[in-house]
Design a protein around this ligand. Structure first.
Ligand code: F6P
Length: 368
């Protein structure tokens, strides 16, 4: 005879999607059901599913075959912050926000959920703060291609994005070589340079520009000329969307005041291409990779990380832990305080060993 389910848990994916979300959903659902005989509810479209009370039971069959799939079977939203939810506009056309945490707490109670596993980035973790304060147990699982969440050495989704960006840079390399051009590839990452740093180094990019190191145009122009003088007629530049010139500003592609993350970055690569052509007279092209970096099947490393993170999240609940964030530290899956990690971004330290290695290989970071 099957024993009565001891717990009812909800699972949601919040913020921008990234490859590996389905690996976590699968690991959580199967561990909770096979190991503990709990009931699992999939919350649709991130926090929006709690606000609108849209949740569905998940069974092992629902998560079968999803390990290799990108996106999320539950859907996501990067606008539905329960603490500041856009409910309309005032007479000046400015968005009006409401704290819908009480509505969410009511819906969570009506479903008799004992805990929520929230898979997300810093925005999702801060949105979950109100639930923790309202007495709901939340276990966070960190995702993002930006790899910028405080408390964990790595987030899943990052390594897939690095692989996609590296492949793009490798392809750009051959056409740059053929045409003796300067070729710029702009990658995502928000205000952290992890993606540009890793893809730039993995592809052997000549110039890597990250938000943490404002660049000097003259330094870049001299570097390109120096390469030419030794017979290197092409130059590959990998630039992060959040990079900026010394004394300059970030390049904003769009402002979305209704989003918890209202500044959308993008376009700095085009600006740099224009500046390099002006300064060096060299033909320069820019490719902006955009959302292709978040799409498609996760690489094996992200499938493994997602599986290990999902399994650990359920184990934390089984141990009776509260308000924890699953993290990877020193190659070990462990956990940290969820609230302490919310609302903060982890940027690239200037003494990062990979950054130093690239400098030693004469990679230009635009600053010396
Ligand atoms: O945080 C992930 C990310 O892809 C960033 O790298 C990028 O700046 C942002 O999301 C893009 O957001 P959106 O999907 O809203 O355009």
């Amino acid at each position: 005879m099957t024993s009565k389910p001891e717990k009812r848990i909800g699972i949601l994916t919040g913020g921008g999607d990234c490859p590996g979300l389905n690996a976590v959903i699968r690991a959580v659902t199967k561990t909770a059901i096979f190991d503990h005989n709990w009931k699992v509810f999939g919350i649709e479209d991130g926090f929006l599913g709690i606000i609108e009370n849209r949740m569905r039971p998940l069974e092992p069959d629902d998560v079968s075959g999803i390990l290799t799939r990108g996106g999320t079977i539950l859907g996501t939203s990067n606008k539905a912050d329960p603490i500041a939810y856009p409910t309309g506009v005032d007479e000046d056309g400015k968005p009006v926000f409401e704290d819908l945490t009480p509505t969410c707490l009511r819906h969570i109670k009506s479903r008799e959920l004992d805990a929520i596993i929230a898979i997300g980035g810093d925005g999702t973790m801060s949105g979950a703060k109100g639930f923790v304060d309202g007495g709901v147990n939340v276990i966070g699982v960190p995702k993002t291609i930006d790899n910028d969440l405080v408390g964990t050495d790595i987030t899943f989704g990052f390594q897939t994005a690095v692989a996609i960006a590296t492949d793009a840079l490798d392809r750009i390399h051959t056409t740059a070589d053929a045409h003796h051009r300067v070729m710029i590839v702009e990658v995502m990452g928000r205000n952290a340079g992890w993606l540009a740093l890793h893809a730039g180094i993995a592809s052997g990019s000549d110039v890597i520009l990250i938000p943490e190191i404002p660049y000097n145009l003259d330094v870049i122009a001299r570097y390109i000329e120096k390469r030419k003088s030794v017979g290197r007629h092409h130059t590959i530049v990998c630039i992060s969307e959040g990079a900026k010139e010394e004394g300059g500003e970030i390049t904003v592609s769009k402002l979305d005041p209704t989003s918890p993350d209202p500044i959308k970055l993008g376009g700095v690569g085009n600006k740099l291409a224009h500046d390099i052509e002006r300064l060096t007279g060299r033909e320069t092209r820019c490719t902006i990779l955009g959302h292709v970096q978040r799409g498609g099947s996760p690489v094996p490393a992200d499938r493994l990380l997602g599986t290990a993170f999902g399994h650990h999240a359920v184990n934390l609940l089984a141990e009776g832990q509260q308000g924890r964030l699953v993290v990877m530290r020193d190659n070990k899956v462990t956990d940290a305080d969820l609230i302490q990690s919310a609302d903060k971004q982890r940027t690239v330290p200037l003494d990062d060993p990979l950054l130093q290695a690239a400098r030693a290989l004469d990679t230009c970071f635009g600053d010396e």
